[in-house]
Design a protein around this ligand. Sequence first.
Ligand SMILES: Nc1ncnc2c1ncn2[C@@H]1O[C@H](COP(=O)(O)OP(=O)(O)OP(=O)(O)O)[C@@H](O)[C@H]1O
Length: 635
Amino acid sequence: MKIETAPSNFDDGADAQIRACLNPSTPRSFFLYASAGSGKTRSLKNALDTFRAEHGALFRRLGKKIAVITYTNAAADEIAERVGEDPLFPISTIHSFCWRHIETYHNDIQAWLLDTLPADLAELHEKQAKGRANTKAAIDRERAIASTMRRLEWLSVPRRFTYNPNGDNYGKDSLSHSEVLKITASFIETKPSMQAVLVNKYPFLLIDESQDTNKELLEAFFRLEAMNNGKFGIGLFGDTMQRIYLDGHPELERLVPVDWARPVKRLNHRSPQRVIALGNVLRASIDSQNQIARDDSEVGFVRLFVAPNNISDKPGFEQRVCERMADICSDSDWRNEAMIKALTLEHHMAASRCGFLDMFQALARDSRLSTGLRTGELAGLRLFTERVAPLIAMARAGDKFAVMAHLRATSPLLKRSAIIHTSTPEDPLQSIRFGVDALLALNPEQSTTTFLSVLKCVAEHQLFEIPTALHPFVLSEPMMAENGLVIDDDESGSDESIEKSPASLEAWRAFLETPYNQTTSFSEYVSDRGAFGTHQGVKGLEFERVLVILDDSDARGFLFSYDKLFEAKPLSDVDRKHLYDATDGGVARTRRLLYVTCTRAEKSLALVAYTENPDALIAAAIRNKWFDVGEIERI
Ligand SMILES: Nc1ncnc2c1ncn2[C@@H]1O[C@H](COP(=O)(O)OP(=O)(O)OP(=O)(O)O)[C@@H](O)[C@H]1O
């Protein structure tokens, strides 16, 4: 497959265009949407370096800054590392940026909640009316209704609010992640004081990975820009083909006003020619972006290995694939596991390989929990991964010192007031011992011990605060409230309103019935300590040898289907409607995920496809010109 090539400075004009936009006397917004490996992050760094040299002194004197926001902490750290820490360019996640700008508006936040919560309540009532009575779900919803009503009551007098952008939002005064984004978008649109602060302080706002930025917020920024033309500029960096989170704006490209600059980058600096060609053909049906290769790039290797999805030893098959790649590429590092990055297209697959499928599937059924589930940041999960699991491990190891240090840092039992009120004077640590012993007595290592039994034990012994999402499941809640050790939901805190929504309650209930012993492999996976990576984790990264595994039988969900993408399975009516209307369906999503994973490869790429129908998959791969006949091997 032949591909056009060009010298490495081919796209330098794009950086010059961005530099012209970032001129304090004539700010102009721009939209840099370019394919994988085109050097978008590099352009962001170049833009800031040039700005510092040309206008840094002026901005410092005026007390102005360029705000740089991105989606995850990891991405913010990556940019900070590339650009270097500089107060002129505060780099933050979207959540912490938002909170920083609304955190003093307590009265307005309260008014917003008083306006919004009744609608949530109405939705709960509606679901309750439609659903069957006396089911677990109905009982959970009843509790959520009571909880929202208590929250409204709590809001009947002036209150102050808190928020932690990095995860746990315990307590009646805390806001959820989605609330913070919605409140900020609403304030940007309606409050002149907020608009003035943003525009004066940050004449430029740069958003990286903007394809994943919350759509309501992005629309609010667009309107702010339109109202402040000539005073305020936005720079969007991103790639629609790499949109992963459902939060992002599906039609961003169409929304960008015509007067914005649109710098173009066509050269791929990362991958060999064969990988670039595959990326081009994968995105050809979505947009017309067609990358070219550097004239000093290698041709590289791409192979598709096809196996029926019912073969018994998949890991063994993948090992043989790596052996084959070592021969094909004459690269012995394909024989060294540490030198290969295996990427699954979907977390379910990793969940199944790593042994946490049950708990994962239970929560994955609610798409509103999906981001937090995939990053491990849901408060309801962190109770187990960050509080309970380390405690059990330390106690099992007999490390009393570590147990105490852990509880001192995390447990309400070791708060001063708790010790005074609840422990016997002779032995203030007695309740801790009881609690830890009770936890160990549950035999949490056995697959018969559920999250629910661990949760109940934690609540009964008040070992840790219970996140609001899990309050409805803790039967001893009134008991907890009585002694005031654990956050009292009788007055109801806010926490994750998403986690408390009716559908989420069902997902949490299903989760609590799965084996607790899946916690460890789950937390290894989300902290990227496991052997598998997924598209979310690797976005923006690059690896020499990439092994992409496609397997619908592991994925199970309806959100993705590789067999449908590869035409090995017929499309449903819904799929066809999405394709016909050009709306976002499972096939388009799968295509984007495949694109993100394949485009990480710097040298060679192997795809392993487990399929219902190997013949059909191979025929389509050739017909669609994704692979040449000689690049496909099957067993
Ligand atoms: N002008 C350039 N000259 C040399 N190397 C470059 C240039 N631009 C980018 N690169 C290199 O190419 C690789 C990809 O760049 P970068 O990560 O900035 O791309 P990106 O567009 O942000 O990628 P993606 O969207 O896939 O995450 C990096 O290794 C980077 O150092």
